[in-house]
Design a protein around this ligand. Structure first.
Ligand SMILES: NC(=O)c1ccc[n+]([C@@H]2O[C@H](COP(=O)([O-])OP(=O)(O)OC[C@H]3O[C@@H](n4cnc5c(N)ncnc54)[C@H](OP(=O)(O)O)[C@@H]3O)[C@@H](O)[C@H]2O)c1
Length: 304
């Protein structure tokens, strides 16, 4: 399959491209970051500019598009709500229209942050209640995609893994601070169910191959507090878990409000795929193995 992956310099997009490029003809799309020596062709485009999506489609001629590009930093979204609106809401709509017209399948990546985190165990039929600019614009993006292209997949995710910049995931935050002996804080009252980005690649391909469409929760089958997540990483890597101070999110001055209970229900997806989603332990072991194999360094070398 010809697969176009937007955001191919980001945490999710680069890992997806690296995991899929052997089995599929992958083209990665980036914005500002150049990827040097990537084992797949890379196109440069500012997706917020008129005509950018059409040019990408003309060059990549995709059968499948996985759209990961976004303004994904919550604090940046609060500071730049207009850019967040363009990138997280308007661009997905333009991509969905291009897919419908060009006969390509779209998998659009969204987030658990569309919920306010007061309930937990969220299913696809629960009503979202976004708390900030990021969540609001991502929710509007989901709705715009499905309004443009009913055959699209909207995949709400949470994720961890290694990023080329080394600072895009909570797992990297814990690992690199603990490795250098820096004390950190971990929220005991914020829960999530992240998947390893490398594993998400397999799930996304399966979803596209099975011709799924509509909204899906793509999360680990196991949910933990952010504090416990840090402790699990410390133990796996043989690092000092006492460096992680357990704190409440309410005692931490964040600009963008965080939803506390983002435990997600994955029953719809596991039924559609015919198997359960993975638990955290095997994915954390794979994260450890990737580290031992020098994978973070390999990612960094792609950055010019
Ligand atoms: N990270 C998380 O914990 C998390 C959790 C839940 C959901 N998600 C969702 O997962 C997806 C991927 O997130 P991520 O953490 O991998 O993001 P990321 O590391 O911040 O990467 C963002 C990507 O978007 C690209 N981009 C930004 N502005 C662009 C523009 N104007 N035109 C074209 N491309 C542009 C960036 O390209 P350049 O680097 O080249 O500028 C980069 O490749 C997003 O949809 C996000 O909402 C992420």
């Amino acid at each position: 399959m010809k697969l176009l992956i937007t955001g191919a310099s980001g945490l999710l997009g680069l890992n997806l491209a690296l995991e899929t490029h052997r089995a599929h003809q992958v083209t990665g799309a980036v914005h500002r970051t150049r990827l040097q020596g990537a084992p797949f062709p890379v196109l440069q485009a500012d997706l917020t500019q008129p005509g950018a999506v059409a040019r990408l489609f003309a060059e990549a001629k995709p059968d499948w598009v996985i759209h990961t590009a976004a303004l994904a930093n919550l604090e940046d979204c609060e500071r730049n709500p207009d850019l967040a609106q363009r990138l997280n809401t308007e661009v997905p709509a333009i991509l969905a229209r291009a897919c419908r017209k060009g006969g390509a399948r779209l998998l659009h990546v969204s987030t658990d942050a569309v919920f306010d985190g007061t309930k937990g165990n969220y299913t696809e039929t629960d009503s979202p209640n976004p708390l900030g600019v990021y969540a609001r614009t991502k929710l509007a993006g989901e709705q715009a995609v499905l309004a443009e292209e009913a055959a699209a997949i909207v995949a709400r995710v949470n994720l961890f893994g290694f990023s080329p910049t080394g600072n895009r995931s909570l797992a990297e935050f814990f690992l690199y601070n603990l490795l250098t002996g820096h004390p950190v804080k971990g929220f005991t009252d914020v829960f999530f169910c992240p998947l390893l980005v490398n594993h998400i690649a397999e799930i996304f391909v399966e979803m596209l191959q099975k011709d799924l469409h509509g909204l899906y929760h793509v999360f680990a089958a196991e949910c933990v507090s952010k504090y416990e997540f840090g402790v699990r990483i410390a133990r796996l890597f043989g690092l000092d878990e006492r460096l992680i101070a357990p704190i409440s999110v309410h005692d931490f001055g964040l600009l963008a409000r965080r939803a506390p209970d983002l435990r997600m229900n994955t029953h719809k997806l596991s039924t559609a795929l015919g198997h359960a989603l993975p638990t955290l332990s095997p994915m954390l072991r794979r994260f450890y193995t990737l580290y031992q194999q020098g994978y973070p360094q390999k990612l960094k070398e792609y950055l010019i």
